[in-house]
Every structure is written in structure tokens, then in C-alpha cells.
Design a protein around this ligand. Structure first.
Ligand code: NDP
Length: 496
């Protein structure tokens, strides 16, 4: 029986890949915030582990730069004393990922902490793999062999992407499952920590006015849109390997859809929330390539901009020559269950577009009597994450004045001050806090990630076949390829 429940004391967090981008930008700053807010267990110590030999100056920059920068930018209070205390909790250990001696050396360091800081008591351990997915299998096996405390809590944290397709994902999951129980594995899709995504649970299940609308009885179509104004600048190597569907479609957007369309969990205390997400995903058949639009951004019509953006995807030095990777994708899905049968779900996402936007729209059927003859889809419920967190109804209202009974489309908007937009650093703090709490509801279960891949794998194989479709070019900063509108019309939707 593995140890579960919250970690309340004597915690060692080992950040593998501490020399990398994720550790620098997200993991260490989030750990600092949790510590500053008193949300870390008593006597927590942090070990950064990586192969790189880092000079004192480089190490300081790698581990603590972002925390200081956030203070300089006014995102947190500057407090040099606190910073110094936090630095005292962190140690860097240099070591390989494939050598037994390296992990034995790490174990010695942990035992020193147990002796000197935890008064000889054994530690609870969180191993956070801020590493490329190709090293997950090897490193998780090494940790189990050398750094596992059988009578204490042990947690393994990995980040999406979890493989590149169903088979690749199963291979990764199987190799981890040889050594780790599902209760010990925390798979991060940090979108699940976003405030507006977590807000959906409350909106749906802590109120009675949204839930009755959410079924094919009232909803005619669902659309999900994620638009980014920036391209793949500087991250072309990573992005080109994964593309738009793997980068956000198979994970972030599908999670948002599952949370909004799943059945109500029976309780927050059991795992029914994740089980219901899995049920929803398993009811979605693989995406039909007949309903697909792919695009890739060309240069901006007004030429490259002063800040270096505006160049074509293929002009990015980090992108392989002649790449066919899509930076824009639109597809349609169906949910084959009683609640949603017949309701198309149209998803589009893209980079280097005209505006930043992330929202889900539930297009409602016209009222049955329709005495005002209101147009199709003039009624909808919108959940918006970006550029402002909001929930609103698009409603047909009385046109003011003395014109009789004419209707006008209005937005009845619900915004709550202080809510964070998607992309805020809060998401990492929330997911990390839940790892300490032992609450897995904001993490992706193994069967969930496999169900998600099954929806997209045939489509990805179609796209990546030698005779697969080429993306349509669209100008940087535009609304994307015009084929998207044809597809929206085919499904009876208006454009976003
Ligand atoms: P990096 O490419 O920066 O790699 C992290 C560290 O891993 C490197 O500093 C290096 O450390 C080590 N490393 C690099 N290549 C290899 C390799 N081939 N084999 C073993 N170790 C290697 O990754 P990120 O920090 O960007 O990402 C870490 C994880 O988080 C990945 O799974 C990524 O997909 C995921 N992720 C990242 C996000 C981000 O914003 N960066 C966002 C969401 C998810 P050293 O050589 O010193 O040991």
C-alpha cells in the first residue's frame, strides 16, 4: 500500500532538470510563492538536480532570477531578507540521469537533510521531472531504485506532453507504472490550475442556473477558440516537433471541453470528477479528417516588426526548412452520449493571429415559440478565459425606445474583480500546492491521457502521412485561413 494524503512536514522536493527553462520560469518561482505564503509543509527543503555544472553566479540566476524579477516588475513584494532565507532552503546537486552512483550521491544529500534538518526523521519526497519526456522512464526508474522511502510519501511529477500519440503515450505510461502506483504520479497540465478553468466547477455545480442549459435539449453547437497574437518565436524547435494540435488541442482545450461537458461528479472526495471526464472523452469518436482546416503563418502584410515578430514561421531560425507544421488548426468533434448527441463541437486554435482570445461558447437553440423571430445562435452562454475572465449570456433584449417589439442582441456579462486571466503564474502555484495536499483532481489520470490521445491519433497520422494535407498560409497578425469560415458555415455557426 502506497502512502497517500497530505504532506505536512519533512518534505524534500527534488527538481530534476533544474538547469532548464521550466524550472527557472515556473517551478522555482511557484515554490517560492508557496513558501512565502506559508503553504509549504514545515521544514521543506528543495534540491535542484541536473547534469550542468553551474558557476555560483549562473546557479543564482537560474534558480532565483525570476523570483527577483517578479519583485522588480511589481508582481510580488521585494523582501531581500525573505529571499535570503529561501535561498538557504535550496541546494543544487550536479549529477547524471543514467548512473547509479549519481542517484546514490543524491540519496546521501537527502539523508544529510534528514539527519540535520528533520532530526533523524525520514523525509516525504516529491520528485519533479522538469526534463524532456524522453528521459522520464529512465529517471523515474532510477529514483524508485535509489531515492524511494517505502514508509513515507513519495510523489512523481511529470509535465505534458505525455507522448506524441496513443502508442507512444502508452509506452511512457507503462514504463512509469512498472515502478510507481497511479496514486503516486501527478501529471501536470497546468491549464487545470488556471483560475477560470477551476471556476467552471463552481459555475456548474455550486449554482443551479447553468447546469439545466447544458445538454442537446438547449444547446445546438459548441465552439472553442484559442487565439494567440504571438508566433513560435525562439521556440520553433519544440513547437515544430509537436504542432498546434499536440501543443494545446489534445490537452488544454480538450480538458476545458471535458470539464464543461462532463456529468456532475458525485463528490469531491472520491475520484468521480476525473472518472466523469474520462467518460466524456471516451464518448468522443476520433476526429474525422474531413472536418479539418490547417494553416501556417506567413510574414505580416506590413513586414517584420521592430520587436522581431511578424516574420513567417519558416523564416524562424529554430524552425526546420520547409516545415509543414500547422500553426493554426480547426476541427470538429462529436460527443456520442445521450446528453450531447447531435451537438457539434468546433475547435480552433492558432498562433500569430489578430487577437488574443480563449473562450467556449454554447450556442443555444431559439426559444420554442420564437414569437420574436430571433435569429439562429443569437442566444449563447460564453465562458471566457482571455483577454478577461468573464461569463456572459448573449441575449435577445427589447430594443429601447418607442419602436415596439424589435429585439436587439445584448451581452449580459458577469465579471468578478480579482479573477486571473489564463496564463497567469497562479496556475503553477495551485497545482504545486495540490501535490503537497495529495489532491489529484487537478492532475491528468492515466486512462484520461490515453482517451485524449485516442481522439487525435488517427487525425495526426493523416496529417503526418507523406501525402498529408499542406497548411494554408495566412499573414502574421490576421484572423487565419479563410477556410475556417466555410467550415463554420457548414456547421451553421457564425464566425468568431
Ligand atoms: P529543457 O529543454 O529546458 O530541459 C530541462 C533540462 O533537462 C535541461 O536544462 C537539461 O539539463 C536537461 N536535458 C535537456 N535535454 C536532455 C536530454 N535529451 N536528456 C536528458 N536531459 C536533458 O526543458 P523545459 O525546462 O522547457 O521543460 C521541461 C519539461 O516541462 C518538458 O517535459 C516540457 O515538455 C515541459 N513543459 C515545459 C514548459 C516550459 O514553459 N518550458 C511548459 C509546459 C511543459 P542538464 O543538461 O543540465 O541536465
Amino acid at each position: 500500500m502506497v502512502q497517500t494524503g497530505p504532506i505536512t512536514e519533512n518534505a524534500v522536493v527534488i527538481v530534476f532538470g533544474a538547469s532548464g527553462d521550466l524550472a527557472k520560469k515556473s517551478t522555482f518561482p511557484a515554490l517560492y510563492t508557496l513558501w512565502e505564503e506559508g503553504l509549504l509543509p514545515e521544514k521543506t527543503r528543495i534540491i535542484g538536480y541536473a547534469r550542468s555544472k553551474l558557476s555560483e553566479e549562473k546557479l543564482d540566476e537560474q534558480l532565483f532570477w525570476k523570483i527577483r524579477d517578479d519583485a522588480e516588475q511589481g508582481h510580488r513584494k521585494e523582501d531581500p531578507e525573505k529571499m535570503k532565507t529561501f535561498e538557504g532552503l535550496v541546494k543544487y546537486v550536479q549529477g547524471a540521469y543514467d548512473k547509479d552512483e549519481a542517484f546514490e550521491g543524491l540519496e546521501k544529500e537527502i539523508q544529510i537533510i534528514e539527519k540535520d534538518v528533520f532530526s533523524g526523521q525520514k523525509s516525504n519526497r516529491i520528485s519533479y521531472l522538469a526534463l524532456p519526456p524522453s528521459s522520464f522512464a529512465q529517471v523515474s526508474a532510477m529514483i524508485k531504485k535509489h531515492n524511494y522511502n517505502p514508509n513515507q510519501i513519495n510523489r512523481l511529477v511529470i509535465e505534458k506532453p505525455f507522448g506524441k500519440d496513443t502508442e507512444d503515450c502508452k509506452k511512457m505510461m507503462d514504463s512509469i507504472a512498472k515502478d510507481w502506483e497511479e496514486e503516486e504520479v501527478y501529471r501536470i497540465d497546468h491549464y487545470l490550475g488556471e483560475e477560470m478553468i477551476r471556476e467552471i466547477y463552481h459555475l456548474r455545480f455550486a449554482n443551479s442556473f447553468v447546469e439545466p442549459l447544458l445538454s442537446n435539449k438547449h444547446v445546438e453547437a459548441v465552439s472553442v477558440v484559442m487565439k494567440e497574437t504571438f508566433g513560435a518565436e525562439g521556440r520553433g524547435g519544440y513547437f515544430d516537433e509537436f504542432g498546434m494540435i499536440r501543443d494545446v488541442g489534445q490537452n488544454h482545450l480538450l480538458q476545458a471541453i471535458a470539464i464543461m461537458m462532463m456529468d456532475a461528479p458525485t463528490s469531491l472526495a472520491d475520484d468521480s470528477l476525473r472518472s466523469n471526464k474520462v467518460n466524456l472523452l471516451q464518448a468522443i469518436p476520433p476526429v474525422d479528417p474531413a472536418n479539418l482546416v490547417l494553416g501556417q503563418y506567413a510574414g505580416a502584410e506590413s513586414g517584420p516588426r521592430e520587436d522581431g515578430t511578424g516574420k513567417a514561421y519558416l523564416e524562424d531560425e529554430t524552425v526546420p526548412d520547409g516545415s509543414k507544421t500547422a500553426t493554426f488548426a480547426q476541427w470538429a468533434m462529436q460527443v456520442d452520449n445521450e446528453r450531447w448527441k447531435g451537438v457539434p463541437v468546433l475547435v480552433k486554435c492558432g498562433k500569430a493571429l489578430d487577437k488574443g482570445l480563449m473562450e467556449m461558447t454554447f450556442h443555444l437553440r431559439p426559444p420554442p415559440s420564437n414569437i420574436f423571430d430571433v435569429p439562429k445562435h443569437s442566444n449563447s452562454l460564453v465562458i471566457r478565459m482571455n483577454p478577461e475572465p468573464a461569463v456572459f449570456f448573449k441575449a435577445n433584449m427589447l430594443k429601447p425606445g418607442c419602436r415596439g417589439t424589435e429585439t436587439t442582441e445584448e451581452e449580459i456579462k458577469w465579471t468578478v474583480p480579482g479573477r486571473k486571466v489564463a496564463g497567469d503564474k497562479l496556475a503553477y502555484e495551485v497545482v504545486l500546492a495540490n501535490i503537497f495536499k495529495g489532491d489529484q483532481s487537478l492532475f491528468v489520470r492515466e486512462d484520461e491521457v490515453i482517451a485524449a490521445w485516442e481522439i487525435f491519433t488517427p487525425l495526426l497520422q493523416h496529417i503526418e502521412a507523406p501525402d498529408g494535407p499542406a497548411p494554408t498560409l495566412y499573414p502574421y497578425g490576421s484572423a487565419g485561413p479563410k477556410e475556417q469560415y466555410e467550415m463554420e458555415e457548414n456547421f451553421g455557426l457564425m464566425s468568431t
